[in-house]
Design a protein around this ligand. Structure first.
Ligand code: UT7
Length: 329
């Protein structure tokens, strides 16, 4: 029996209103606009308001994606939110988003694969549709990373931003599947390179932990950097081969936006010209699971991709996790 096909019926994205520039950060920690720009490519990032949790960002992106798909929230039968900065430890952020949308015919769950979350979610959602059990799935990558940033740590506080990106995936006729290939990976031997050190069941939060910011993001940046390029390039090559295409066929590489130098290296190794590698890190910083769907939405809305063209998505993040996917638009 042939599986059902999957198509992306609509995209949407949202970033909160408040902008935090490199110059603003230079007043908070020992850093400079020049250091941040040259080492990361970031110029500014958006920061969510105190009363704006991750599900509020996800809601705005989801409404735009539903609108683009011409679909009502009640038509959704599954909601999947990729995030590591959920509204609460539990219940899952999918349920908070479901409530905001009024999408009460949908199952709702969140997954956590940090910056690779959108790609992990994409394969899950596609297979739920292919199985025939679900027809209309909302997949959102949404993060309020500012809630986990140590604003006294210059090694990490300059890197991250808040935002959300969404896609509506729809069942279509067998043989017409936009998701041509996916390759995901993980290596739990590197859990300590990028993490929070307290606040989970391994080390429940104490007053001392809060005072010393143990509940905030800690990262061995240089180590992560080295591993990121290899993993993104390796998985990208694997998905192109699986899809039966080469780098010449790619209209856009849409890399996770963690560092401009990582993005440039990935583009070079893949032999994709610079003008086909999508970059918006200067405006948003690293928005983790939201970065790929925000970029995808920008490309789609600005008319920079035509039906039938190939997109190569690739990401890397805490876990460590990584992955890539080829989409035929
Ligand atoms: O989403 C996926 C996860 N995250 C990533 O992919 C991030 C991967 N890593 C990176 O992007 C880079 O490693 C960073 C941007 C985090 C750091 O860049 P780097 O070129 O690897 O710098 P470094 O960590 O080797 O630090 C170089 C120097 C250090 O000073 P010393 O020890 O040489 O005196 C740091 O203390 O830069 C210093 N430094 C800063 N200086 C000014 C670190 N952060 C800052 C800062 N401003 N914000």
């Amino acid at each position: 029996m042939q599986h059902h096909g999957v198509t992306i019926a609509g995209t949407g994205s949202y970033v909160p209103a408040r902008v935090l520039t490199n110059h603003d950060l230079a007043k908070m920690v020992e850093t400079s606009d020049d250091w941040i720009r040259t080492r990361t490519g970031i110029e500014e990032r958006h920061i969510a308001a105190a009363d704006e949790p991750t599900s509020a960002l996800a809601y705005e992106a989801a409404c735009r994606a539903l609108d683009a798909a011409g679909m009502k929230a009640e038509e959704l039968d599954y909601i999947l939110v990729a995030t590591f900065t959920g509204d609460n430890i539990f219940p899952n952020t999918g349920c908070y988003l479901q409530k905001r949308l009024g999408a009460f015919n949908a199952a709702a769950v969140s997954i956590e694969a940090a910056c690779t979350g959108f790609l992990y979610g994409l394969e899950l959602a596609a297979n739920l549709i292919r199985s025939g059990n679900y027809r209309n799935i909302l997949l959102v990558g949404a993060e309020k990373i500012s809630s986990l940033v140590d604003w006294t740590d210059r090694n990490t506080c300059v890197l991250f931003g808040d935002g959300a990106g969404a896609v509506v995936l729809k069942q279509t006729t067998p043989g017409h599947d936009c998701l041509k290939s996916v390759k995901l990976g993980a290596d739990g031997r590197y859990t300590d390179l990028l993490r929070t050190a307290a606040g989970g069941s391994m080390k429940p939060l104490t007053v001392e932990d809060v005072a010393s910011h143990q509940n905030c993001i800690k990262m061995e940046g240089r180590e992560v950097f080295k591993l990121a390029v290899n993993a993104m390039v390796g998985s990208s090559r694997a998905v192109m081969e699986k899809a039966g295409i080469t780098h010449d066929d790619i209209r856009w590489v849409i890399p996770h936006q963690a560092n401009l130098r990582i993005i440039s290296s990935v583009g070079k190794y893949l032999e994709v010209p610079e003008d086909k590698v999508y970059i918006n890190i200067q405006r948003y910083g690293n928005t983790s699971a939201a970065s790929i769907p925000i970029a995808l939405d920008e490309i789609v809305r600005s008319g920079q991709v035509k039906r039938g063209e190939y997109l190569l998505l690739t990401a890397f993040g805490a876990g460590l996790t990584w992955g890539a996917s080829v989409i035929k638009w």
